[in-house]
Design a protein around this ligand. Structure first.
Ligand code: P53
Length: 477
């Protein structure tokens, strides 16, 4: 009973949100380097190049590029068994379409991955966490078939280089975010699609699904190649799981929820089963979306199926078929309404621990693959007290309740869960808003939205709590 002995407890981050050092050692600009800082009510702006005088928080991150040894020592102190981060693609291929990698970029990850190992943490590495060299985005991003080749070259380079230091690989972070068309940032960060105000909704969807197809092919190629490089590699997909509930028992609402969930499931269906599900092909037909494919694409997709599924989980959503009711949350699909049974965070995310267990059941019953929870956590406004201490009881509560539901999924539902990594285990730049003040960390970083501060790290209350959780293998919550 309880968590398996080899359960991978740890923390998760992404290169662009913490490394900083955006223009050193030969790194080229990535799509995140032209995203300005924003907030809850003013979206991040996507600029065409770096404009003097604008605030680009990802240029700084939290300076991890230079501080990783000390930061990693704090993660070890918490007892992390694994650590999830990503490789910044443009450190390795600054423009994206070079034939030879940038040796200095590779050397940085040699040192980083060796440091995790030296500190007893298994690296879990995302190949593309909302990153692509900016140059490739300007050439059409993943809507351009050429990007498949560039991505595969990048993946092959790092998988060969780190074949004996990294065993767990994830292809595209939260690849399904792009089905959310309410904010262009999702298609931009998933696929490098630069927003074009002239485009109709139909053209936008056409371009997005074309990119998704190319990503399916790219990911399948990488899975196949990875297994050739090292048969012990475990290669997974990464899905943002926000389960969608019907707002009522009205069968119209129930059916609507089923249909909305397809925007998430189609990704798992292709990654795991290696073929396009029929509901998806019907949707393309109905919407007159035409995907350009090459003859061998379907066979590639069929061969390159994943070893496991990794997910992020923060919240659930609720949908009604009654469209006279407006969207009340930024959920990105029509008919999304507030769930009266749930509280929300200051950023409007509905807190729902049971939704995590529910999602694990849905996914496991559908796919029969082990599931790795590689993101879960809560963004909070935080200020140290006079002693410089942060009492983040609210975070502890959030994590405790979610972990308790994971345990139920393991004990009562029989779900195979490989591990659990807290998102933003150290405060990092928020992806959605670009803020520092939306904090997820168990470690506080003294830095504000403009990058001012001492950059000093301090342990929050949740730090010692999580250390106990790991030391007791999830018994002591
Ligand atoms: P921030 C939406 C829904 C679920 C996960 O997000 C999401 C998003 C996008 O906002 O993104 C993931 O920092 C993502 C991370 C990100 C984290 O969730 O906007 O994989 O890069 O930082 C938290 O609060």
């Amino acid at each position: 009973m309880g968590f398996p002995k080899d359960f991978l407890w740890g923390g998760a981050v992404a290169a662009h949100q913490l490394e900083g050092a955006w223009d050193v050692d030969g790194r080229g600009p990535s799509i995140c380097d032209v995203l300005t800082g924003g907030s809850n009510d003013s979206p991040r702006e996507i600029t065409s190049h770096v404009i003097e005088g604008k605030n680009y928080p990802n240029h700084r991150g939290i300076g991890y590029y230079h501080t990783f040894e000390n930061d990693n020592a704090l993660f070890r102190e918490m007892g992390f068994k694994c650590f999830r981060t990503s490789i910044s693609w443009s450190r390795i291929f600054p423009q994206g379409d070079e034939l030879e990698p940038n040796e200095e970029g590779l050397r940085f990850y040699d040192r980083l991955f060796a440091d995790y190992r030296a500190k007893g943490m298994e690296p879990v590495v995302t190949l593309s966490h909302f990153e692509m060299p900016l140059h490739l985005a300007k050439e059409g991003g993943f809507a351009n078939r050429k990007t498949i080749e560039c991505f595969v070259r990048f993946a092959a380079t790092v998988m060969r280089r780190y074949h004996d230091s990294v065993r767990y690989w994830l292809t595209f972070n939260e690849v399904n975010n792009q089905t959310n068309t309410s904010n262009p940032i999702f298609a931009y960060t998933n696929s490098g699609l630069i927003p074009d105000p002239e485009m109709s909704e139909h053209e936008r969807r056409q371009r997005m699904w074309q990119s998704v197809h190319n990503e399916f092919v790219a990911s399948a190629k990488v899975v196949e190649l990875g297994h050739e490089i090292n048969p012990d590699f475990e290669i997974g997909c990464m899905l943002a799981i926000v389960p969608v509930y019907p707002a009522s028992s009205d069968p119209e609402d129930v059916m609507r929820a089923e249909v909305v969930m397809r925007d998430r499931f189609v990704f798992g269906d292709v990654y795991v089963n290696g073929e396009y599900p029929r509901y998806f092909l019907k949707m393309l037909e109905r919407e007159r979306i035409h995907i350009e494919e090459e003859a061998e694409d379907r066979a590639i997709i069929a061969r390159g199926t994943v070893d496991f599924i990794s997910i992020s989980y923060y919240m659930s959503s609720t949908v009604t078929a009654d469209e006279s009711k407006p969207d009340v949350l930024q959920s990105g699909f029509r008919g999304s309404v507030r769930n009266p049974h749930l509280q929300t965070t200051s950023w409007g995310w509905q807190i729902d621990p049971i939704g995590l267990r529910y999602s694990l059941c849905l996914l496991y019953e559908r796919y029969r693959k082990p599931i790795f929870i590689v993101e879960n956590g809560i963004g909070l406004y935080e200020k140290p007290d006079d002693e410089g201490y942060i009492d983040d009881e609210e975070r502890i509560e959030y994590l405790r309740e979610h972990i308790a539901q994971v345990r139920k999924a393991i004990d009562e539902d029989g779900v195979e869960v490989m591990g659990y990594t807290v998102w933003g285990c150290i405060d990092v730049v928020s992806f959605g808003t670009g803020e520092m003040k939306k904090r997820y960390g168990l470690i506080y970083v003294d830095e504000d939205d403009e990058g001012r501060g001492s950059h000093k790290r301090s342990r929050k209350k949740s730090f010692s709590w999580y250390r106990r959780v790991i030391a007791s293998n999830g018994e002591d919550l």
